[in-house]
Ligand binder design. Sequence first.
Ligand SMILES: C[S@@+](CC[C@H](N)C(=O)[O-])C[C@H]1O[C@@H](n2cnc3c(N)ncnc32)[C@H](O)[C@@H]1O
Length: 244
Amino acid sequence: MFRREPFEAGKRVKAKAQAEDQELRRLALDVLTRSDRFDYGYQWTWLGLPIIQLPQDIVATQEIIWACRPDIIIETGIAWGGSVVLYASILQLIGKGKVIAVDVNLMDHVRRQILDYPFSSRIHLYKGSSTDPSIVSRIKEQIGPGQSVMVLLDSDHSHAHVLEELRLYAPLVTIGQYLIVSDTIVDDIPKQSHRPRRWGPGNNPKTALKIFLAECSGFEVDRTIGDKLLITCAPDGYCRRVAR
Ligand SMILES: C[S@@+](CC[C@H](N)C(=O)[O-])C[C@H]1O[C@@H](n2cnc3c(N)ncnc32)[C@H](O)[C@@H]1O
């Protein structure tokens, strides 16, 4: 009765059909846009630390890490540390791997809280800009020969910064692993006037990713993830490395 293969096949069919339901997609975008006015994406924690992500994206990332089992996860943008702890806690359960993360505003108390977790030996934190050449080379030095690498970009969401990050970090992603570009949703929703930011429609991670994917053929957008999420901060932002 509980056979996994037909269950998985049925899920894929339903997710695709769900994604083709234009009215449902419009409603999902409405929910996201309206709930964002109440900082919906700021209301969650992972193992006690605030994580600035939608629950849907947290689950999707968990699925990817568990399936791909990377040796190294690099994240730009730490904020309160919840996402770093999410990745490291899953790696701890897998039994291998480390998280390398960078934030230009990394606060001492946040660093202390992150490094207080029992699996903190898996976590390496840097304070500085993700595009600072000295930070990039210190991060690269941590990657051993043959190690598999996943990258998540979640720092400054302006077009220019994300494009620079993509050119610096995406080449580190190994075949079969993911490049996750957060907040591509900014291109799909009205300018967030309740939360003034330098980015908005036309100047955001999605516009940067579009340029990057045109200049680098080694990645493909995994639409199966967006199809099932419906509500996500990273539409078309889940990219799998398929070739060098
Ligand atoms: C959206 S938050 C990160 C959220 C976090 N990944 C999470 O899921 O909880 C963005 C973070 O990027 C950081 N940031 C902004 N510009 C940056 C830069 N140039 N380099 C590194 N971090 C940056 C900010 O200080 C902020 O903490």
